[in-house]
Design a protein around this ligand. Structure first.
Ligand code: MD3
Ligand code: FE
Length: 212
């Protein structure tokens, strides 16, 4: 059946603490993409190096007081962009407002993100299974927003070897990950060559975090 009312795609619980808000960001999709383009003019996307010395296939940048970075020394949050040596662009108020509203809809009140990692996937890019545990306060959720080409999201378990489920993430989907789901292993399957009217062959993902 065709998806006539994408705004009404259900609030789906993937697991306790993980809520998919289908199409939640659709009303602001163009605004978000314009802001991303603008951010990339001052903080360009770059392929960071992993501690093991590999170049990540996903390109990244950040907005907010702190940004997530990776290099030979490890993963961490940094107030400066390693590419430019300057602070990250400020968190746009409409970005933070969307994340706070989504978190509240999923049951997490007063979420105040300090960091927003912006991931950019081209065809062939992927993100291996991992946990997000570089944040000090694991009581706070992470809010993710998907834009552009569809992704196959990998949703694992609490252990690295648990067989992941595949969940489709579409343009405009928002997922809130908190409570018992906060340390679940997850990743993104290799992006298939495809196109979206607003982003071409690219997919973007925003993850809003409290770093401290
Ligand atoms: C589940 N990003 O940036 S978003 C990441 O689509 C990351 O770019 C993916 O994983 C992406 O770290 C997936 C979904 C996501 C984000 C954070 C989570 C799921 C999560 C944190 C805990 C549990
Ligand atoms: Fe992650």
């Amino acid at each position: 059946m065709p998806d006539l009312f994408p705004d009404d795609r259900e609030h789906l619980s993937l697991d306790p603490g993980a809520v998919l808000l289908g199409g939640f960001a659709l009303p602001v999709d163009r605004t978000l993409l314009e802001v991303i383009t603008h951010v990339a003019e001052t903080a360009p996307f770059c392929h960071l190096e992993t501690p093991g010395g590999r170049r990540m296939s996903v390109a990244m940048t950040n907005v907010g007081r702190l940004g997530w970075v990776s290099d030979r020394h490890g993963y961490r949050y940094s107030p400066v962009d390693p590419l430019t040596g300057r602070p990250w662009p400020a968190m746009p108020p409409n970005f933070a407002a969307l994340a706070t509203k989504a978190a509240a809809t999923a049951g997490f009140s007063n979420f105040a993100p300090e960091a927003c990692l912006i991931n950019r996937y081209a065809s062939g890019a992927k993100l291996s299974l991992h946990q997000d545990r570089d944040e000090r306060n694991l009581d706070q959720p992470i809010v993710s927003v998907s834009l552009g080409v569809d992704a196959r999201f990998l949703w694992g378990g609490q252990g690295r070897t648990d067989r992941p489920r595949r969940v489709a993430l579409h343009h405009g989907d928002v997922v809130v990950w908190g409570g018992p789901a906060r340390l679940t292993y997850h990743g993104v399957d290799t992006l298939v060559e495809s196109s979206h009217p607003l982003t071409g062959t690219l997919r973007y993902n925003l993850t809003f975090r409290t770093a401290n």
